[in-house]
Design a binder for this molecule. Sequence first.
Ligand SMILES: NC(=O)NCCC[C@H](N)C(=O)O
Length: 255
Amino acid sequence: MTRRTALVRRPGPRLADGLVTHLEKSVIDLDLAREQWEAYAGCLRSAGWETVEVPAADDCPDAVFIEDAVVVAGDLAVLTNPGAAERKPEVAAVEGVVRDLGYRVERITDPGTLDGGDVLKVGDTAYVGLGGRTNGAGIQQLAGHFATVGMRTQAVTVERALHLKSAVTALPDGTVIGWDPVVDWPGAFPTYEGMPEEGGAHVVLLDESTVLMAASAPRTADLLRGRGLDVVTVDISEFEKLEGCVTCLSVRCRG
Ligand SMILES: NC(=O)NCCC[C@H](N)C(=O)O
């Protein structure tokens, strides 16, 4: 497989009813959210990614955070079993899309729960957040599935953030970056560096030298540019109010 396809899912009319766990609820501007989502998808396409829309799930306020519904690795797509009951109906419509893309499909089932936002792949290691949304049974099931594509799985406790990838992501060279106040176990990663802003913990790898980041982390963007990376920024303020970040608005399928 050689592909650079990104799954995305349009925000629905009930976006403002999305869950918040570590933040106070604030007013969401739905029109602005829709514009920001278009701009985000446009950034992916400008960087050479084909975007594929998963059918909207308008009854599910958080469906736009498509990363939580499916995890891909090699030829495998693992449909998740989200830890929040409200989000479980988001998963069903993803299956047809990943099958059409040629993926072999497995799934996380009860009593296991797992949100894709808890899965950080770095090389052939998948770090998986054990916390509010993902439990030990979910991680065990994922480890079994990932073993079939040569990925090893390591659990990392997450207590101060919604998901592991709300706290840390990885640069193209494998360095794990995070925002120290919400990183429970920096020592879990071979290399870890704290970034100066919360939004600076989140990068989407567009290619080997380019990352996509939220506009809310300008100091981190400068810092990463200083390290020789190309940095593309996009304003996702309406999704940040719902504890979303750049990673959770797409699923990158590389092969
Ligand atoms: N992967 C992610 O970080 N997803 C963000 C999900 C935010 C959503 N409001 C939720 O609480 O599930």
